[in-house]
Write a new protein. Sequence first.
Length: 164
Amino acid sequence: MAGASGQFHKGKRPLVGLSGRGLRLAIVVSRFNDRITEKLLIGARTRLESLGLAPEDISVIHVPGAFELPQAAQRLVHSGNYQGVIALGCIIRGQTPHFNYLAQAVSYGLMRVSLNGQVPLAFGVLTVERPEQAEARAASASQTNKGAEAAESLVELIGALGDL
């Protein structure tokens, strides 16, 4: 099915009339695994701008790692300055159980911020087994850039919640 941008979204209904015009959004992005997270950020910004957001209405905040995403997202959500927040990060499994603890803590922390917050939050944190999987999900020319997907989801959610 073709989306608002003319791209195809496998398994989803068309996003007709999706617009971010007039929104002010924040993106909090982890610097750890920055080769991946910067591609996610580019994907998110590009998609937001294609949905009508002005570049000056997109604030970007970098944090050291994925563990810091929930705290920064919480501050942004409660600041009153934004109508939505996107959290971007990349956690790649290593040889210790650290991946499991970190992925769970970050996911839970962001869910808690989302449920307790006053504005929508989009989850754009990759949790992958290998670097190649992260690269595939962050490819700029790919329709599977998870940063772009998180951006689109946030704009759609803001619209849906505004209709309630």
